[in-house]
Ligand binder design. Sequence first.
Ligand code: GLN
Length: 484
Amino acid sequence: MTDTIVSLSVLLATGQASSVELCQDYLGRIAQLNPLLNAFVTVNTDQTLLDAAAADARRAAGDIGPLTGVPIAHKDIFCAEGWLTTCGSKMLSNFVSPYDAHVIGQFKAAGMPCLGKTNMDEFAMGSSNETSYFGPVKNPWDTRRVPGGSSGGSAAAVAGRLCPGATGTDTGGSIRQPAALTGITGLKPTYGVVSRYGMIAFASSLDQAGPMAQTAEDCAWLLNVMAGHDPRDSTSLERDKEDYACDLASPLAGLKVGLPREFFGAGLTGDTARAVEAAVAQLQKLGARIVDIGLPNSKLSVAAYYVLAPAEASSNLSRFDGVRYGYRTPEYGDLAEMYEKTRAEGFGPEVKRRIMIGAYVLSHGYYDAYYLQAQKLRRLIAQDFVEAFKECDVILGPTAPTTAFKLGEKTADPVQMYLSDIYTIAVNLAGLPGMSLPCGFDAQGLPIGMQLIGNYFAEARMLNVAHQYQLATDWHTRAPLLEV
Ligand code: GLN
């Protein structure tokens, strides 16, 4: 099962496979490997096969889009009608969504069966998938290691070939960092390109959904399905529909690639630095020109993010009160006690930490000192990119400072964990598109990812660069050997 989404669409179009057959194969692999990886929270074989049969019927009737019948998995942050939608939390461990997120609706309309809902850090807060109420996800390259987070279930499922592609969300790096740690390709679009309707909110000004798959080409096709205006999300942008695959074949001659000094300094381990430098050389061979750039304020991005994201989270998560849906404590005296016990029992420690930080930085007397300062830093960080993109077309650097770390290695030290996103967070603060793609392996055989950052709405250009790189290299084709 090493097929890409594009190759599966060819199998379907030429009648070499039906959607039901493809789904049966993937469901079989999920049944065999999910006990090892814990990548899926929910699998619903009957529903998947119904979706697949409907896709095959659509094809027989001539009602087909490019991906009709190709199966996909969804991060458990997306509300999907009739599916348990937990967001990795005890708080929503019994929540069956009565409606579809915009993203889910788009994939349904495209005729793509859902293979299941993937595990994730609780409310997308984490970089290792260890904050999930449903237990950690294991990295298919080494099951003693984390897959990254928070979209770690989606990343492990794609890397382990339990599905050909999956959705993820990225608030500070949650698509790109797990993509890097599992050797797959993942893209976070420009803020506002994909609707957040029905995507459980963490930090609304930063959250953005995107595709995760083996290749940049697959990501382009998936983004074609996901992107587009949706009046139900007030930050969804009204733009003409774009074809993100239209530029894939363009040659890279003349491309200006910016290398931020700040991303290549101390902190980057030897193997990652070497792999990213080799990727730069490869792009030069393909005709790219290297430009030295600076992102002087990017070193402040983790600090700014850990004020702003918790502030928004503390507000967004106030809705989980045990009244209308989700978990409610079984025993309580009055309403206040019901709220307190529900939230004390329903949220895990990392979520509570964020709620407390958020409530603190927003409170009277601290708002100016923390929240307002962080907003000012956010503007400076975004301004750095405006300057940088006057000199280059895309920015290149590492995605994560290290390869996959061991389960439990960073759980006792939240700040160490937060630093996993040191190269990705600035992109969310600026609202820019970014992606991670495989560019090598370290001495232990663990995948290394490189990050591309584009200017606003430069997804197609970024995908073009990534695709041309993938035509010249084979890192993205390597798959872990999993015993079945
Ligand atoms: N790791 C970061 C955090 O814990 C980013 C998470 C994300 O992008 N959802 O907040």
